[in-house]
Design a protein around this ligand. Structure first.
Ligand SMILES: *Cc1c(COP(=O)(O)O)cnc(C)c1O
Length: 492
């Protein structure tokens, strides 16, 4: 017996040398932090002076050497110097102010400090019983957002990893609040537009509504939902014995940056007792600007609203938000029961993030959102959003002056343009244009197709985007335009 015990203790003592390497000495930790800080400095310098996009040939990429794992330890410094970590790496630099494609955001630095401290402390932000402070922080951020949109006191919501999951959570709550049984889902109708974000189609499918009837409401000439047609469709569907379940509006579409007529859509939803969901992942935070509220009117009447702090609040990727007009509907959609959670249930601290989201254990997500707002103050965010509106107006005006065809005056901070050549197929010309933009890389833009026409998009939402980026974009377009004119694309 005694021999057994000594053997066990001996083995434990023997293994400690290796197991305690997972807890570095304080000096070692300091060194790592300083190496990471040096890396961040180099990266910021590259971001300030380097391109937004670095072109690459898929066949030329090989990181196998960098990605080898081994039984023994390696040095952080060496790894940070490896090709896969190079500040100038192939592909997009989303931290660059020259990222004007898709929907940018940037990544404000105090959020990185927030992530760092959240990881070091590993606070448990899923359940109030475990960490009332971390949960209070998340709740207060949610409250700040529900109050921004003038939601009633019973509103609430949760921070998610992004807009896609936020839309999924909202759509699932709408499904559950309808009280419809799965056998009725095939007769449920959902009204949206061909311009809504693809993550909504995905969310409907994941939520089991893939066989429900999705109505694409016809659009006006600026790609916004026509409320007269929405009303007609709902009336017809009701007469046909179908069940209108949800109306989905976009507060800022990805392609053209327009806002659906949310206020009239809210009227229609209210008249028909239909759930009104608004996807404001791109445009929602423009509500911080008094001057933009009329463009977004009606967003405050949503039953569920998605906004994306990693877009409109310039956080690094990893933070979305879903807000419910009545938080109880979210709680009953996400409810759970488990014996091993009984202590937490009795805490008397009210709803926790785990009660309002599919996640249980979660990263202390609130800190990366709270710190930037706290440190910079909200006025700096308002100013940056307004700057993006103005930069988009500037680009819109100047690109037209270069002879490009443009879309209408931008509603928020996305606009579009294309070249219409005197002869030849415009789509060939604009495909060539976008590929030349990508091989140049100084500024990154992305393209889309609208009614069969290829357009280039300009999307300003990174806090780092300044007038100089707009100037560089215009300069780059002038040079590329001349180059293409010198050897125009040949029609196939
Ligand atoms: C970005 C975006 C989404 C998806 O959000 P993610 O954060 O990328 O998951 C949904 N809707 C709109 C309008 C968006 O712009």
């Amino acid at each position: 017996m005694n021999d057994d015990r000594t053997a066990l203790e001996k083995e434990l003592l023997g293994i400690e040398k290796l197991t305690s390497t997972l807890e570095p000495e304080s000096l070692q930790f300091k060194e790592w932090v300083s190496q990471a800080h040096q890396y961040a400095e180099d990266f910021m310098e590259h971001t300030d002076n380097g391109p937004a996009w670095i072109p690459y040939l898929p066949g030329s990429l090989s990181w196998d050497q960098d990605l080898l794992l081994s039984e023994g330890p390696s040095s952080l410094d060496e790894f940070l110097a490896s090709p896969i970590m190079r500040p100038a790496h192939p592909g997009l630099n989303p931290a660059s102010g020259g990222h004007l494609g898709y929907i940018p955001g940037g990544g404000v630095l105090p959020a990185a400090i927030g992530d760092f401290l959240a990881a070091v402390t590993n606070r448990y932000a899923g359940i109030a019983f475990a960490d009332p402070g971390a949960v209070a922080m998340e709740h207060s951020l949610v409250r700040w957002m529900t109050e921004l949109f003038g939601f009633p006191p019973e509103a609430g919501g949760t921070l998610t990893s992004g807009g896609s999951i936020a839309n999924l959570v909202a759509i699932t709550a709408a499904r559950d609040a309808s009280g419809l049984k799965p056998s009725q889902w095939e007769r449920a109708t959902i009204y949206g537009s061909s311009q809504m974000h693809h993550c909504i189609h995905k969310a409907l499918r994941i939520a089991g509504l893939g066989h429900s009837i999705l109505r694409e409401v016809p659009l006006d000439e600026e790609f916004r939902i026509r409320p007269d047609r929405l009303r007609e469709m709902i009336d017809q569907d009701k007469q046909a014995g179908l069940i209108p379940l949800m109306i989905i509006g976009s507060a800022g579409t990805t392609d053209t940056g327009v806002v659906d007529p949310l206020d009239i859509m809210a009227d229609i939803a209210e008249e028909g007792s239909i759930w009104f969901h608004v996807d404001g992942a791109y445009g929602g935070f423009f509500y911080l600007l008094d001057s933009m509220r009329s463009a977004l009117r009606g967003i405050e009447r949503a039953d569920s609203l998605v906004i994306d702090p990693h877009k409109g609040l310039f956080l690094p990727y990893g933070t979305g938000a879903v807000l419910l007009r009545d938080v109880q509907l979210l709680a009953s959609s996400q409810h759970y029961q488990a014996n091993y959670m009984q202590d937490a249930r009795k805490s008397g601290l009210g709803l926790s993030p785990a009660d309002l989201s599919p996640e249980l254990t979660r990263h202390f997500r609130g800190l990366r959102m709270f710190l930037p707002l706290k440190i910079f103050g909200i006025q700096a965010f308002r100013a940056c959003l307004w700057e993006k509106v103005l930069l988009c107006r500037l680009f819109h005006r100047e690109v037209a002056a270069l002879g490009f065809e443009t879309g209408p005056e931008p509603m928020l901070s996305v606009t579009r343009f294309r070249w219409v050549p005197r002869s030849g197929e415009p789509n060939h010309w604009n495909q060539r244009l976008i590929s030349e933009i990508h091989s140049d890389g100084r500024i990154f833009l992305s393209s889309t197709t609208l009614n069969g026409e290829v357009w280039i998009r300009f999307a300003a939402l990174s806090f780092r985007t300044k007038m100089t980026h707009v100037r560089t974009a215009l300069q780059m377009l002038t040079e590329i335009k001349e180059r293409i004119h010198a050897s125009p694309p040949i029609a196939e």
